[in-house]
Write a protein that binds this ligand. Structure first.
Ligand SMILES: *Cc1c(COP(=O)(O)O)cnc(C)c1O
Length: 639
């Protein structure tokens, strides 16, 4: 299908550039003639996100919601496989490549199903790092020729699970991370006459460190893996236990979101050297070199080594990796290993959009009270500044206004200024600031100091979501996501606003929005207009946010919306299929108040009994059991 976007007007082009959509949204976002953002997922006609959110709201499915496009995941997996195939051809690499999906990155049903749908065709394996993840992986159909990798800390029980997974027919590789784990594996081997046994891998602790936010996952001090000496010790133990012939894989993982390709190259070289040394020694069953995950996502569209970007593409990654492995293989004459990659973020980040609606603007200009009889001097002075401030005098006058307002505050503290007068001073100051803002906006070289002061006092838009639930990485690790309104790109935004969420936590703000030139601390937005809903999209939220989501203030998960090519497959269990003007979506409603209370160990029946006992009208006037209704409602703002 030809998805060539319609020609863009200059206004729309400028609008997209302000948010960086033209860079970070390259290939999957376009702007409609009506100024709305359209998501272009493979196999689907463009989906107007504003229209979608409005249509859902009309059916009671209001933001916050996560909209997923599973075919985006298919495309990324396909691109990775393709990139390695092409790199192997280019460098005449005789080995194969196998992608593996790490469940940790997003284990949500719709995501796992999306991965599962293309695994047989693309030969992708699965990686599990905990018991629930392993249960999920082993319950998936066996896909011949693909690995089921078991990572993480493995107790006796988890190791037994891995044996059972092998008995189910999966090609299980248990990746040993420590010497005690190696011994434990031998113990479990001896426990039973297993019908089938897992094969083994070793996780190497490399000296090469990743780059970016997760660089501590690697290097000498990392929490994971075996040092060179420990690798040799583990091999000795396996040899003595008669299991060295089961050692097929050498693994490393130098962290997530690796921003610099040169770190990857160095790590691959270090690992391939280790691989070659072991393979040409006693570890003759070695056949896989597993490079872990870490392919970076270009969240800001800058293609740099900045923490929320990556200075390479999937194709460049594949080329560099295949080149490095190939060079060592050729030099050492060991058989070329199958190159395994476990990148998750780069496979699933872009498939999801988190949509919230923007509400009342805090910081709307207050009314200026009319001059009053006997008004205090500071108030009169502020009135004059407001009347007279202009582009010729704004520096001096704005400073004067700051001083008068300060004076008004101290006079109020001293009991001199009445509350009405203080309110008048504050209102006048707000208007002076707004006027100054307009003056400064039209100057070629405005005073930097004043521009900065104005910036600090920007407006706030209330976004109907919880950052802790919907963008946990933005709060916890300072991850920067791109964002843009879903409509009004045909109009110039006239407001710069901070985005605050509806939690009662001062951390509940989005401080930074990804942008290719310089990240934004505020978003250019349009004045609120209650007639028309104003939706804000956070993009590339498909990796990690689901599992890390937190229930702060008892705001739980929002609604889930999955958009797939129609007639593709039946709706997922627990989801309802809706037809929104021809766009077919599957919807799962979010967590209700009672779900959230139960999650905190409260018992809904006794909670209701408590209300009844105190004669609260649980069944109310209108005959509606309102308390029950509240419990079944969503904690987010209703309208
Ligand atoms: C987290 C993890 C991955 C996935 O990393 P991404 O950065 O999402 O690609 C892969 N392998 C291991 C061992 C991991 O711990």
């Amino acid at each position: 299908m030809d998805l060539a976007p319609p020609p863009l007007s200059a206004a729309r082009k400028a609008s997209l550039a302000q948010y960086g959509v033209d860079q970070w949204g390259r290939g999957f976002l376009q702007c409609s003639a009506a100024g709305t953002l359209e998501f272009c997922a493979p196999g689907l006609p463009p989906v107007d996100l504003h229209h979608l959110a409005a249509g859902l709201a009309a059916r009671g499915v209001r933001p916050p919601l996560v909209v997923r496009f599973p075919t985006m995941i298919h495309e990324r997996m396909e691109r990775l496989a393709q990139a390695f195939a092409e790199a192997a051809t280019e460098f005449e690499y005789p080995g194969a490549h196998q992608g593996v999906y790490p469940l940790k990155v997003n284990a949500r049903r719709s995501v796992v199903d999306a991965v599962a749908a293309v695994r047989p065709r693309l030969g992708f394996g699965l990686e599990a790092g905990s018991k629930p993840e392993l249960l999920l992986a082993m319950s998936q159909p066996v896909v011949p020729g693909t690995l089921l990798l078991v990572n993480g800390f493995k107790d006796h029980e988890l190791l037994r699970m891995a044996f059972h997974a092998a008995e189910l027919g999966h090609d299980v590789v248990v990746v040993l991370e420590s010497v005690p784990e190696t011994r434990r594996f031998l113990d479990v081997t001896a426990e039973e006459a297993w019908v089938a046994r897992p094969r083994l891998g070793l996780r190497a602790k490399l000296d090469t460190r990743g780059s970016g936010r997760w660089h501590r996952s690697s290097g000498e001090a990392s929490k994971f893996g075996l040092s060179s000496a420990e690798i040799l010790a583990a091999c000795r133990i396996l040899d003595e236990g008669g299991c060295l012939d089961r050692l097929v894989l050498l693994h490393f993982h130098i962290g997530s979101q690796i921003t610099q390709i040169k770190r990857i190259k160095r790590a691959v070289r270090e690992a391939t050297r280790t691989y070659a040394a072991l393979r040409s020694g006693r570890c003759t069953a070695l056949a896989y070199l597993d490079l872990g995950g870490g392919i970076g996502v270009d969240y800001d569209g800058s293609r740099t080594s900045y923490a929320s970007s990556a200075n390479y593409t999937l194709e460049e990654y594949a080329r560099q990796v295949v080149y490095e492995v190939g060079a060592v293989v050729e030099e050492t004459k060991v058989p070329a290993p199958t190159i395994v990659t476990e990148s998750g973020r780069a496979m699933v980040a872009s498939h999801a959009v988190t949509i919230t609606d923007l509400r009342e603007v805090q910081g709307d200009l207050p009314e200026i009270p009319p001059p009053a009889e006997g008004e205090h001097r500071v108030v009169v002075e502020l009135r004059e500044v407001l009347a007279e401030i202009s582009s010729k005098n704004y520096e001096e006058y704005f400073h004067d206004a700051v001083d008068f307002r300060e004076e008004a505050f101290h006079l109020f503290l001293a009991g001199v200024l009445r509350l009405e007068e203080r309110a008048a001073a504050d209102a006048l100051f707000a208007h002076i600031r707004e006027k100054t803002r307009r003056i400064v906006a039209n100057l070629a070289e405005p005073s930097e100091e004043i521009a900065e002061q104005l910036e600090r006092a920007s407006r706030k838009y209330l976004a109907n979501f919880s950052i802790f639930q919907s963008l946990p990485d933005a709060w916890s690790v300072g991850q920067v996501f791109p964002a843009a309104p879903l409509s009004r790109h045909d109009r110039r935004p006239t407001v710069r606003a901070q985005i605050v969420d509806i939690t009662c936590d001062s951390d509940g703000c989005v401080h930074t929005f990804a942008h290719p030139d310089e990240n934004l601390s505020e978003l250019p937005l349009h004045p609120s207009d209650n007639a028309d809903p104003y939706y804000l999209g956070f993009f590339m939220t498909g990796a990690y946010q689901d599992a890390l989501a937190a229930a702060h203030n008892l705001f739980g998960r929002g609604h889930e919306v999955v958009v797939r090519p129609s007639g593709d497959v039946p709706p997922l269990p627990g989801m309802e299929r809706l037809d929104l003007d021809g766009t077919i979506v599957d919807v799962k409603v979010g967590a209700t108040a009672s779900t959230m209370l139960e999650a905190m160990d409260h018992d809904i029946d006794s909670l209701l009994a408590q209300l009844r006992d105190r004669h609260l009208p649980v069944e109310t006037t209108l005959g509606k059991p309102w308390a029950l209704g509240l419990l079944q409602s969503y904690p987010y703002l209703a309208r």
